[in-house]
Design a protein around this ligand. Structure first.
Ligand code: PBG
Ligand code: ZN
Length: 321
């Protein structure tokens, strides 16, 4: 036999010499949930290990994040008061704005990515304004822009719109520029699917729609070509990073996008993907560490540069071992 594939698998030294893909702590972004109120650390039932923190309890989590040496955090605020137009989203004293200021006062070098969307702040739970049961597109854009500017003013390092309204990237880019934030990058949730994998997140962020679903603005799960159009559009409008979300059921989309673009590509390993792994591990059905590392490698191998994941702190610990 001339070719023996097993020659390069003979030892761990040999295998690591020819390994094509790796995961680093610097690839990882950890989502955090900050809730209005005092002395709160609420576990999220469907996401074991993940909590909602009030600002006064945030320090213990921030210390853990700082120690982990991951790339940064993605912040979601949960307000107590919601209204039709999501006022809390663009209030300079809103929960997310206050949380970002607190983080930056205590950890000025921590990379803070701010999610931009109205659904946590609207009484109806949709990502845009509503009229007669329809989600309005163009009328929502100024609010997303206002929210982005106010999060940048609070100290966010990157603005990450997740709403899926058309034209939002150029609208937000212009607003950031006009307000002096020319150097704040936009991380666009570009190919964001209308996925059942967001279920646990909606418990965590209190953002479930009160009627209907998100299918008129998030992408149809069956579409790949359309994901390319979404990504191309966001790049055209000025996105600095583009994202595919969810990750594991959409590795083909990640690969296809990676083949076509030169922008940093982000994959969001979402709440439902996390919940499935945690449930199986808790039952002793799978080895959590091996499954999670396999998933991380799979997402990188598909072509993502950056992974947003609730496993980030665990992965960082395992990589440090
Ligand atoms: C808000 C938002 C969602 C997620 C991130 N930003 C939920 C949704 O669109 O319903 C999902 C994240 C996850 O499931 O981990 N628009
Ligand atoms: Zn939303």
């Amino acid at each position: 036999m001339k070719n023996r594939m097993r020659r390069l698998r003979s030892s761990e030294t040999m295998r690591s010499l020819v390994r094509e893909t790796s995961v680093s702590r610097k690839d990882l972004i950890y989502p955090i949930f900050v809730i209005d109120g005092e002395n709160i650390k609420n576990p999220i039932a469907s996401m074991p290990g993940i909590y909602q923190y009030s600002i006064d309890r945030l320090k213990e989590e921030l210390e853990r994040i700082d120690q982990s040496k991951i790339a940064g955090i993605l912040i979601f605020g949960i307000p107590t008061k919601k209204d039709e137009v999501g006022s809390g989203a663009y209030d300079e004293n809103g929960i997310t704005q206050r949380a970002i200021r607190f983080i930056k006062e205590n950890y000025k070098d921590m990379l803070v990515i701010a999610d931009v969307c109205l659904c946590e702040y609207t009484s109806h739970g949709h990502c845009g304004l509503i009229c007669d049961g329809h989600i309005l597109n163009d009328e929502t854009l100024p609010l997303l822009a206002k929210m982005s500017v106010s999060l940048a003013e609070a100290g966010a390092d990157i603005i990450a719109p997740s709403d899926m309204m058309d034209g939002r990237i150029s609208y937000i880019r212009e607003a950031l520029d006009e307000n002096g934030f020319i150097n704040i990058p936009i991380m666009a949730y570009s190919a964001k699917y209308a996925s059942a994998y967001y279920g646990p997140f909606r418990d965590a962020a209190h953002s479930a729609p009160q009627f209907g679903d998100r299918k008129s603005y998030q992408m149809d799960i069956a579409n790949l070509k359309e994901a390319i159009r979404e990504v191309e559009e966001d790049i055209e409008e000025g996105a600095d990073f583009v994202m595919v979300k969810p990750a594991l059921a959409y590795l083909d989309v990640i690969r296809e996008v990676a083949n076509r673009i030169n922008h940093p590509l982000v994959a969001y390993n979402v709440s439902g993907e996390y919940a499935m792994v945690k449930a199986a591990a808790a039952n002793g059905w799978m080895d959590e560490k091996r499954i999670v590392m396999e998933n991380m490698i799979a997402i990188k191998r598909a072509g993502a540069k950056i992974i947003i994941t609730y496993h980030a702190l665990d992965v960082a610990e395992w990589l440090a071992e």
